[in-house]
Ligand binder design. Structure first.
Ligand SMILES: [Zn+2]
Ligand SMILES: [Zn+2]
Length: 383
């Protein structure tokens, strides 16, 4: 006997509803796995020191990453300062070769590089003007795809030399874009946030980092997190990732994604929905939900936001904060490795974004404490 699934009796419908409720409860209880990766690194295809083979091998075998993206500069490594098509094909060939669904996800990408000229202090390249026309400084953005595309969309190409035209081109190929190193040390970052709000569905994430950062014995005031908060405070929409930007072929874990499985499609699905968070150094486990919704979601609520945070640290946790619209609304100093709490925001009054930041007591080799920053959750009152 067959039953038309549309035309089943009340009993069936009730059962189905119950099953559906059970299934969605199962989803909220953790259908996602946490995977660790690096979304930013270079090879000899542009200004890095190691080959794509070494880059992917290090990621898989030494850093023990679940996924990695190779993102060489679109200017390549020699005149005429535009990555040759065969090198773009090579990046995709190598990613396809190393990719092994279920074990290690390798993704081919590139760094769209909008800057006036080479920084001659950093590279041996000429001070040739990279960006034609009146100077705009959109900074660097990583672009990546699940599937092969014929040729990359270069910042040097007038057809896609601003974030909006780039986003339109990338959208057609189901690719994703992230804002890189958004701190404003260089003038090159000046116009980086200039894109239409609708293109946030393609330019989904931004690299997150410390406001004050130590590197090789020196301290740099980057105001990195402050800058990202400013963007969010003005209504900008972005999730948080992080990358090493390694030029030595040594990617490490900087981004965690909450994905249904270890495949390119699942990793992209997580990144597209901002089910990801940024870390500095330690692999801090971070579960942040509001009324059962995951980081990266945009929700409407009746009543007050019920924020649930669960941190599985790797060292004593010095501080956990909840940020709402740029301000800290809750602080906890657990002084132990794990922490779990619920906070109901009684002062919630209207459209808001929230994110969680965790700081541990341990440090990276440069002396920066281990951090984790959840992607935000955006909330509106249900009308
Ligand atoms: Zn860059
Ligand atoms: Zn880079």
């Amino acid at each position: 006997m067959t039953t038309d699934p549309i035309d089943c009796g009340f009993g069936h419908a009730a059962l189905r509803l119950l099953l559906l409720l059970l299934l969605s409860a199962g989803t909220a209880a953790g259908q996602y796995h946490t995977y660790w990766g690096d979304v930013h690194g270079h090879s000899t295809v542009s200004d890095g020191k190691s080959s794509p083979d070494d880059y992917f091998t290090y990621a898989r075998d030494v850093a023990k990453l679940d996924f990695v993206i190779l993102t060489d500069h679109d200017f390549g490594n020699r005149a005429p300062w535009r990555m040759p098509k065969e090198n773009w094909q090579l990046i995709q060939d190598k990613a396809d070769q190393f990719n092994a669904d279920g074990r290690f996800v390798a993704i081919g990408g590139y760094e769209w590089t909008s800057q006036a000229k080479y920084w001659s202090g950093f590279t041996n390249g000429p001070s040739e003007r990279l960006f034609p026309g009146p100077p705009r400084f959109y900074n660097h953005k990583n672009v990546y795809f699940t599937n092969r595309i014929d040729y990359l969309f270069s910042a040097k190409d007038p057809a896609c030399n601003n974030p909006d035209t780039l986003a339109e081109a990338v959208r057609k190929h189901d690719g994703l874009i992230q804002n890189n190193h958004p701190f404003a040390v260089f003038n090159e970052a000046r116009d980086q946030w200039e894109y239409a709000p609708a293109n946030s569905s393609v330019i989904v994430n931004t690299e997150m980092g410390l406001d004050t950062s130590r590197y090789q014995g020196k301290t740099y005031q980057l105001n990195w997190e402050k800058g990202v908060r400013e963007f969010l405070n003005h209504g900008g929409k972005t999730g948080f990732v992080a990358g090493t930007d390694t030029h030595d072929g040594k990617p490490v874990a900087r981004t965690a994604v909450l994905a249904t499985g270890l495949t390119r499609t699942a990793i992209f699905d997580a990144l597209r929905h901002r089910r990801n968070y940024a870390i500095n150094h330690a692999r801090i486990g971070l579960d942040f939900r509001i009324n059962g919704h995951f980081m990266g979601e945009d929700i409407e609520l009746t009543g007050k936001p019920r924020i649930v945070v669960d941190v599985k640290g790797t060292a004593p946790i010095e501080e956990i904060i909840i940020v709402r619209n740029g301000e800290v609304v809750y602080t906890l100093h657990p002084q132990q490795q794990n922490a779990s709490f619920t906070y109901v925001d009684e002062t919630f009054a209207g459209p808001s974004y929230y994110y969680v930041r965790v700081i541990q007591t341990d440090t990276d080799p440069h002396g920066n404490r281990s951090h984790a920053w959840s992607s935000p959750i955006w909330i509106k009152k249900k009308p």
